[in-house]
Structure formats: structure tokens, C-alpha cells
Unconditional design. Structure first.
Length: 486
């Protein structure tokens, strides 16, 4: 195990320590602390500026208490192949638990010193219909916040309430930056925020339309959930107990549309790429990295692999992932400066890193939110008769098999087992059906989910059902070998 000098980790001065807050971040989980907080730390260390982060947790209180007890400072452990290395991150000023009291959050959002709001809240927290861009009025948080706009609990309600306060006070709008794995995340969030505002105050919606910037972003860094081993390693490497410690891989990427209305940190000093158009990078990541992650998650669950690294240690499984990346790359036009083969090879190496304990179960959650952009969209972009459809069909079949298996494995706690925002619909649709063709029909036609193009495609239907039948009868190992024609 590599060790870091505790004095270097815990006492080395950082210009961020004395800086004031200029960013509010909503969703202060492990990924934010391994990603945007690190870039901001590097930006302030290199160029200064009042860009410290006020972190907001919508649900949890534990992380808020842990960070505040340490003045926002926490340990970042990078899991290098030759052992872990630790560094101190000081870009977080303090944290607020919105579930305890939303007033401090709204006060922070209204503060003229806050110039940027960044977001990592997972796909299901947005409450925006991806096709229409309008709010889902029956989404629990959206429904609550439309009825109680002065005491919001959800993302859209908070953003709009903060912008309303600024408009009322004549304060310049903040820039809103989604850092979640959503296609066209900036445009989607912009549409949702404006539509939410229209429900409450059409004039406010016009002001937001004219004044608020929503840059597109693409983020990438594998960040497993912290464990007791994380905290133990933090103690070993720094000499201090740190309940807020997190671990991550050495690789990190952030591509940002450079469209900020009131300045930004020098994130490029931390390696961020500022561009005019993020969409090609976003598409590459969603289809090659995230799509492969979903394939690993569901096939890994069926094959008995707890961690991604264990699945990738199997030669056949690794070859399957490589094949899927090749198939995904074939759905995209060339991207200047990017070799898709090299990118795929780097991803395979990252997934196989033995120092990263990334659970397949963690990746497998919220499949109905993730599969449309990761699997359905690229499958739709394949030409008719393409020989590359197989791994997309296998991933969807594996999701169907996992849903079926989980429901049958625990009849007493089905919703928790599925870990999906549409769990009730899935359970109702599946019932006790055991026929692969029926399972496909019941779940492929959940409202507003699978694109009509795939619903009408008999080749897709047959490909998925054949693979689901094989998974249910012979298991994951046989299905993988069949896909590879071994």
C-alpha cells in the first residue's frame, strides 16, 4: 500500500481555505466530492477566486454533519493500480441539510455572491419528461413544490424559488449546471425549470428564459460508495479519522459548454475541457461507458459478480464488453481528436482496475431512467439489418431477467428489490408471468419508455426475447458465449 505523508495531506495550506463561497451544489454525494469539488479545489489553488462550494443535501443528514464537523474538508482517496493515494479537498465551505430546514438553502440561492449552481441528484430526481421537456406534475417532489413554492423540497422547486428571490431583489441570475448523466442535460434542465416557473408565474418564466444560462456538461469518474475500508484507508494515509472520506479512480473527465453568465472558476486548471458543443462527447460517454456499465451491471447480477472488477476478470465477459463498445462506437459519427478504439480500450482497463470496488448492484439501480439513452437510443441509430444489434438486445434482456428474478426472489419486499422509480409499474406488469415473450411485451410497453421505433421493430423484439429465453434457461455464462459465438 502506498502511503502519503499525513502532514502533506492534512496541513498543507490551500488558497481555497480562505476563499468565500460562490457556488451552491445540490446533491453533495460521493460523486460531487470526487469530481466537481476536486476541479474547483484545483482551480482556486491555481487562480484563486471566491468559488468555494455550499453543499446541499436534499435527503441525507449524515454527510452534512460529517462535513460540517470538519469545516467542509474531506479526504479523497484515488485507487491507483499500485495502491491508494490520499489528498485533502478544501473547496467545500459548509453543507446544508434541506430536509431539516429549507430556509438556509433558499438564503444561499438568493445570495448575490452565489454565481453558479451545480447539480448531481441522479436522473430520477429531476421530474422532467424527456420527450416534451415539461414537468411531471405527479412526480412527488414536483407535485409538492407546485403546491408549496415557498417551501420546496425538490430540485426544480429549489431552483425556481431561488431565481424568484433574485428576480424580486434585482439580483443577477446564477448559471445552472447539471452534472448528471442525462442526454442534453443543460437543455433538458432549462426546459424543465422554465415549465415549472410557468405553472407558478409566467413573468418569472420569461425572466428565466431571458437571463439564465444552462450549460451542457459531460462528467466521468467511477466513484464507488464509501465503505468501512474507505475510512480505514483514510485513517492509515492521513492519520486522522474522516467519516466524509471517499474513494475514486485516478481517471477524471469534465467537458463543459463555456456559457456562463457571471464568471466561473478556472476549472481548466484541474483538467476540465471547455468547449462550444458538448453533445458529441456526451453521446460517446453515454453509449460507450454508461452503456457498457449497464451491460456489466445486469449481466454481472445474473452471473453472480458483485463487483465490476470481478466480472472484467473473466476473459469472456471482458470480450463481451469490448464487443459492446465496438457496437456502440458504430452508432456515432467520428469525433475530432478522439479514437473510439483507444477510448474503449481505456474504459476496459478502468473497469478492470482491481483497486476499485464498484458494485454491479449500485450501477443496476434506476434502469428505467438509464436504459433509454444508454441502450435504446444507440440501438435506434443502427441501420436496418445491422449485425451489431446483439449486445444492445442482450443488455435489455438482462435487465428484464434481473427484474423478473428480483420479484420472484423476494415477494415481501419487491419495490425495494427492484430499486427503480417505476417499481410499482414493473411489478404490476410482470405479475407471475414466466414466458419470456410475455415478460418482454409487458415491460417493453411501459408508457413513455421504449421508443416507438423499437416497439415496432420485429427484429429487435425477436433478438431480445431469444436472449431473455437463454438467460432464463441457461444463465449468463452461456448467453455470453453465445453472443461471442464461442
Amino acid at each position: 500500500m502506498n502511503t502519503s505523508d499525513p502532514s502533506d495531506v492534512t496541513l498543507h495550506p490551500n488558497p481555497a481555505d480562505a476563499a468565500k463561497a460562490g457556488i451552491v451544489h445540490i446533491g453533495i454525494g460521493a460523486f460531487h466530492r470526487a469530481h466537481q469539488a476536486v476541479y474547483t479545489d484545483a482551480a482556486m489553488a491555481a487562480k484563486g477566486g471566491n468559488w468555494r462550494i455550499i453543499g446541499v443535501s436534499l435527503r441525507s443528514t449524515d454527510i452534512v454533519d460529517a462535513l460540517n464537523a470538519q469545516n467542509g474538508t474531506f479526504t479523497l482517496i484515488e485507487r491507483h493500480p499500485d495502491g491508494p493515494k490520499a489528498r485533502k479537498i478544501t473547496s467545500i465551505s459548509h453543507a446544508i441539510a434541506a430536509a431539516r430546514d429549507v430556509a438556509p438553502v433558499l438564503d444561499a440561492l438568493a445570495d448575490p455572491a452565489i454565481r453558479i449552481v451545480t447539480i448531481t441528484v441522479t436522473e430520477k430526481a429531476y421530474g422532467i419528461d424527456r420527450v416534451s421537456g415539461t414537468v411531471q406534475t405527479e412526480h412527488p417532489a414536483v407535485k409538492h413544490d407546485l403546491a408549496n413554492p415557498d417551501t420546496p423540497c425538490g430540485l426544480l422547486g429549489l431552483l425556481v424559488a431561488g431565481l424568484k428571490r433574485r428576480n424580486d431583489a434585482g439580483v443577477r441570475a446564477y448559471t445552472v449546471v447539471s452534472c448528471d448523466n442525462l442526454p442534453s442535460n443543460g437543455r433538458l434542465l432549462r426546459a424543465g425549470v422554465i415549465d415549472f416557473a410557468k405553472h407558478l408565474d409566467p413573468d418569472l418564466a420569461i425572466w428565466i428564459t431571458d437571463n439564465v444560462s444552462f450549460p451542457e456538461t459531460m462528467v466521468d469518474r467511477i466513484t464507488p460508495a464509501a465503505t468501512a475500508a474507505t475510512r480505514s484507508d483514510a485513517k492509515h494515509l492521513t492519520g486522522l479519522d474522516d467519516p466524509a472520506a471517499i474513494e475514486t479512480e485516478p481517471f477524471s473527465q469534465w467537458v463543459i459548454e463555456d456559457a456562463f453568465s457571471d464568471g466561473r472558476p478556472a476549472w481548466e486548471e484541474g483538467g476540465a475541457i471547455l468547449v462550444a458543443d458538448v453533445e458529441p462527447y456526451e453521446r460517446m460517454k453515454l453509449r460507450m461507458l454508461n452503456g457498457s456499465h449497464s451491460l456489466i451491471a445486469y449481466m454481472g447480477q445474473l452471473g453472480g459478480y458483485r463487483y465490476v472488477r470481478d466480472a472484467m476478470a473473466s476473459d469472456a465477459f471482458s470480450r463481451l464488453v469490448t464487443l459492446h463498445m465496438e457496437n456502440a462506437a458504430a452508432t456515432m459519427p467520428p469525433l475530432a481528436g478522439i479514437d473510439f478504439s483507444d477510448y474503449g480500450a481505456d474504459l476496459v482497463a478502468r473497469f478492470a482496475n482491481r483497486e476499485i470496488a464498484h458494485e454491479t448492484n449500485q450501477i443496476a439501480m434506476d434502469g428505467t431512467e438509464k436504459l433509454p439513452q444508454r441502450i435504446f437510443a444507440p440501438a435506434c441509430d443502427l441501420p436496418p439489418g445491422s449485425t451489431r444489434l446483439g449486445t444492445f438486445a442482450l443488455c435489455f434482456a438482462a435487465w428484464l431477467a434481473v427484474m423478473h428474478h428480483r420479484i420472484n426472489a423476494d415477494k415481501t419486499n419487491e419495490v425495494a428489490q427492484l430499486n427503480d422509480p417505476r417499481a410499482d409499474e414493473i411489478i404490476s406488469a410482470l405479475g407471475d408471468h414466466q414466458d419470456p415473450a410475455v415478460i418482454y411485451e409487458k415491460l417493453a410497453h411501459l408508457p413513455g419508455w421504449m421508443p416507438q421505433q423499437l416497439q415496432d421493430d420485429g427484429v429487435w423484439r425477436s433478438a431480445v426475447i431469444a436472449r431473455l429465453s437463454l438467460l432464463m434457461s441457461e444463465g449468463a455464462d452461456v448467453a455470453i458465449k453465445r453472443e461471442l459465438a464461442i
